[in-house]
Design a binder for this molecule. Structure first.
Ligand code: ATP
Length: 936
């Protein structure tokens, strides 16, 4: 029996009766063995099926549902999440908080109870904020994890179904193909060229050969050739297998190791920032100690006051919220990308996406729609037009303008009639009608051929029963053809092989062609090549179909049996129109300074024609796989400099192409779906795996998975990647100068020997309440309009560019001037110190608010309607901060806690005026720098 000989007839009535006294699912629990205690690997396949009460047609849907309800889903037990208390406790494992706690202690011992309590409250608040933010970031990633849940193809009621791997039950028959990650522990029933990478389980990195024959009872896991284990990877071949254990009962489940779908971690940039904030903390502590020494020894100030000033400086200068806010900015970016169908598996990809300079994309299904329709059938001396679109078998086959019925076809174009039979038999796809729509299960190219066969009057399901398949050579990108062997029908040959594939491959295997009268004649190679060329130039995908009769009965074929002596039946020309959104995305990438390169297995001329339709350029010369092989690495580097289309390329070529591009300093995003694409995906700066048609192997290698396989989603991800980077920059540029301004204010006061314009507790209030609330807004900032009109960010560019350092210094100085100035002005007006401090703190917060509006557009004008209005989130945060400042200033308990005093409305107006002045000053700076050309 062949791997794919599936009886399409539903046989619910023959499904095994529901198990009662003997529960198959339970029988396997934790024992790894079947009935009568025999291990699955030691029993033969039929015995295993019998013990599991399954059969060659799989379980019935009803029985599968029953087993699922009884035994639970096929999911690994989740690692127990740390308790809430533990997570909260972890927040205190933070240098800054420890310094603050120590300060609180010393402050308390010195009798400043109120300050001590405020610092304590702030420590607690900070821990709670960290806790909440961490939870949010974790939730964002968790939601994405579910998007990556694997699928499996099962046989139920004799039909193929694509189900979530979690729904598999013991006794299910699964169909596995190369690139699949095994969804459960299975006992192989049939295998062809099967090799499985079991490194996840055994640590053995070389894939092992698998075969369905039983092995000795005492065989160790690595030697059980007839078994496949959940989480391991089928690297080659195809198999049919029965599930023997699911979820926690699987070998990997028993080890209790989780296979993470989304990798945890951080990005190079965040790591750098974390190191930076630690170093900054130490520097600030050093400065605080110096300040204390200077104040007490040089200025002779009282110890207690100077200590408070030093504590104030430390809390003022350390950017408390920064690391947490950067992390959440990243997590929010990841969430936004997921919403646009780009699922990030490795966080560093978010950053890399922002600096991508080249996107290498597959053609079929990514740039094109992958909705294939045969438009023409070309046989020797006859070209037939095929009407209709999609997979509905409606549309006439016409010769010279008149429609042919099946009899007419057999009479007037016998080669085409034979070609239709080949199209139906050398085919693994199926189409069916559901609610008036024709749906495809399987490969779209094959779907198009199946529909063609149906338009020619064939019933593929019946034909496949009449002409059972004896053997299969599956389609692999390396060989670019597929072949099947069938028993002969009637008095003809004993066995027949049908072959379909890329024309140059199949033509090379043919010696003859089927002539207009259905007789074999010598192959006119030049004529066929001209036909292929003409079709390809119109952007059509061309496949050749051929046939070979074997006089003797046989049960198998290999590549050698069909390498020569085939008879060509004809060509089919298939259209696969470009995706409209891909056309737009290609144009946007061009604007964004990103080169799009097409790498396809298809014919060069077809590929260039599609490239032209996509707007990548007219008459692009495609470089082919063999041409890539012919040049060395140095020459390839020159080739990749200006080639936009690579055709007839195999996955192995992709790796060399990525390396050549990277050697030229490009940052490369590369798409892939097959198991052999994995090395190129890993090598690329951003490996992009296809979520729908991609294999599990590709998904595990990719840094990003496209949920919709659509090129446009890559462009969206780049846009989001650039936005995330912008927002990280904005957050840093927002927070650092506030800390800078505060610490300069305190420093200046001590140096001048005057009273502190802001008290340490007040600084903490500003840093932990208003700064955090306002900076959080920046994590959600929408994409700036010009994000895809700028060239890619040079990779390795420091986050703090010269421009940003300048901006931080300038704004720090302006904050100093505003806060110190307001304090001095109040004192000169005769206000007491408390009122002057209250005014200074409010000025600081007000300047923060106006600075937020400026920082939202780092380089562009902020005085646009949109800039002033802001997003609802910005306005909400500003309103919240305003309300809190009113409390801070006028509520008696706050006045008691923070030593504040009510201010007259006129002072409030002055404070707002200072804020406005800051915004105006920064806008003038932007305008000046823009005029000087220093903003580019
Ligand atoms: P991409 O652009 O994503 O690389 P592709 O479909 O053009 O996709 P392959 O899948 O490698 O690339 O196919 C290469 C060639 O093999 C096709 O141009 C076609 O001629 C042939 N081919 C594709 N699918 C089949 C199939 N199922 N059976 C036989 N031949 C096929």
């Amino acid at each position: 029996m062949s791997l794919h000989e599936i009886d399409p007839v539903t046989r619910a009535s023959s499904a095994p009766p529901p198990a009662r006294e003997h529960e198959p699912g339970r029988a396997s629990r934790a024992s790894g063995s079947g009935a009568q205690g025999v291990a699955w690997h030691a029993a033969d396949a039929d015995a295993v099926l019998a013990a599991l009460q399954s059969g060659p047609h799989g379980l019935s849907q009803a029985e599968a549902a029953r087993r699922l309800a009884a035994n639970g889903p096929n999911r690994m037990p989740e690692a127990e999440a740390p308790s809430l208390l533990l997570r909260l406790a972890r927040q205190f494992n933070n240098l800054l908080l420890q310094i603050l706690m120590a300060s609180a202690l010393v402050t308390g011992l010195m009798g400043h109870w109120v300050d001590s309590a405020v610092i304590g409250a702030v420590v607690l608040l900070n821990a709670v904020i960290g806790f909440v933010q961490e939870g949010k970031a974790e939730k964002a990633l968790q939601a994405i994890r579910h998007l990556l849940s694997p699928h499996a193809v099962v046989l139920r009621d004799g039909r193929q179904h694509d189900v979530a791997a979690a729904d598999l039950v013991v006794g299910d028959i699964v169909l596995l193909a190369s690139g699949d990650s095994l969804p459960a522990d299975v006992r192989l029933l049939q295998a062809r060229g099967c090799r499985i990478d079991e490194s996840a389980l055994t640590g053995e990195s070389v894939p092992v050969d698998k075969a369905p024959e039983a092995v000795a009872d005492h065989a160790a896991i690595g030697d059980r050739q007839c078994m496949g284990y959940a989480g391991t990877l089928l690297t080659q071949g195809q198999a049919r297998a029965v599930v023997v254990a699911t979820g926690a009962d699987t070998e990997i489940g028993r080890i209790g190791r989780m296979l993470a779908a989304v990798e945890e971690g951080t990005t190079p940039l965040l790591q750098k920032m974390a190191v930076f904030s630690r170093q900054l903390t130490f520097v600030i502590l050093g400065v605080a100690v110096l300040l204390f020494t200077f104040g007490t020894l040089v200025r002779g100030l009282p110890v207690s006051d100077t200590f408070m000033a030093a504590v104030g400086l430390a809390v003022a200068a350390i950017p408390e919220g920064l690391p947490a806010i950067l992390t959440i900015t990243l997590a929010i970016g990841v969430q936004r990308m997921a919403r646009r169908h780009a699922v990030i598996r490795r966080l560093p990809a978010v950053e890399a996406l922002g600096s991508v300079t080249v996107i290498c994309s597959d053609k079929t299904g990514t740039l094109t729609r992958n909705e294939m329709t045969v438009q023409q059938v070309i046989c020797a001396g006859r070209t037939l037009e095929v009407e209709g679109a999609g997979y509905a078998p409606q549309g006439a086959i016409k010769l010279d303008g008149s429609a042919l019925d099946p009899a007419g076809l057999a009479e007037r174009a016998p080669a085409a009639a034979r070609l239709a039979v080949a199209a139906a038999l050398c085919n693994d796809a199926s189409v069916h009608e559901s609610e008036g729509r024709w749906l495809l299960a399987g490969d779209p190219t094959e779907g198009a051929l199946l529909t063609l066969a149906m338009k020619a009057g064939l019933n593929p399901a019946e034909l496949r029963i009449e002409r059972p398949r004896l053997e299969l050579i599956p389609f692999e990108s390396e060989y670019r053809y597929m072949a099947t062997l069938h028993a002969g029908a009637g008095p003809g040959p004993a066995a027949e092989a049908f072959v379909k594939g890329a024309p140059e491959r199949v033509l090379a295997m043919c010696a003859a062609q089927l002539g207009p009268q259905g007789r074999e004649e010598p192959l006119d190679l030049a004529w066929w090549q001209a036909q292929v060329e003409a079709q390809a130039r119109a952007g059509r995908r061309v496949l050749a179909l051929a046939w070979r009769a074997f006089p003797e009965a046989r049960r198998d074929i290999d590549h050698g049996d069909i390498a020569a002596g085939l008879t060509l039946l004809g060509l089919v020309a298939i259209i696969d129109p470009p995706r409209e959104e891909a056309v737009r995305a290609v144009a946007r990438c061009a604007e964004a300074g990103i080169r799009v390169v097409m790498i396809t297995g298809d014919h060069g001329v077809t590929a260039s024609a599609i490239a032209a339709q996509l707007g990548m350029g007219e008459n692009l010369q495609a470089v082919t796989g063999p041409e890539i092989e012919a040049v060395d690495d140095a020459a390839l580097r020159r080739v990749v400099a200006d080639t936009r289309v690579f055709a007839r390329a195999s996955p192995e070529h992709k790796l060399r192409l990525v390396r050549a591009l990277q050697a030229r300093g490009e940052v490369v995003a590369m798409t892939g779906d097959g198991v052999n694409d994995a090395p190129a995906l890993k090598q690329a700066d951003v490996g992009v795996a296809m979520g729908m048609k991609g294999t599990e192997a590709a998904k595990q290698a990719g840094a990003m998975v496209l949920a919709d396989d659509n090129f446009a989603s890559i462009a969206h991800a780049v846009e989001e990647g650039r936005t995330v980077y912008d927002n990280l920059k904005k957050t840093v540029s927002f927070l650092l100068p506030i800390n800078g301004g505060e610490s300069l204010t305190l420093l200046l006061a001590v140096l001048l020997g005057v009273a502190l314009p802001i008290l340490p507790a007040q600084v903490l209030w500003v840093n932990m309440v208003s700064s955090v609330a306002l900076a959080m807004v920046l994590a959600f900032e929408p994409t700036e309009a010009d994000v895809m009109r700028r060239p890619p960010r040079p990779s390795g560019e420091p986050l703090l560019s010269r421009f940003l350092v300048w901006r931080i210094v300038l704004v720090s100085a302006l904050f100093l001037a505003g806060v110190f100035g307001m304090y001095e002005w109040m004192v000169r007006q005769g206000a007491d110190v408390e009122a002057a401090r209250t005014a200074a703190v409010n000025t600081l917060v007000c300047m923060e608010v106006f600075y937020l509006f400026s920082v939202r557009y780092l380089k562009a004008r902020s005085f646009t309607l949109q800039g002033v209005r802001g997003t609802p989130r910005v306005l909400l945060a500003v309103a919240g901060v305003f309300a809190l400042q009113l409390l801070f200033t006028y509520a008696p308990f706050m006045q008691a806690l923070f030593h504040t005093e009510a201010l007259a409305p006129a002072v409030g107006l002055r404070i707002v005026a200072v804020g406005v002045a800051l915004l105006v000053a920064l806008e003038l700076e932007k305008a000046l720098l823009r005029r000087l050309g220093a903003l580019d």
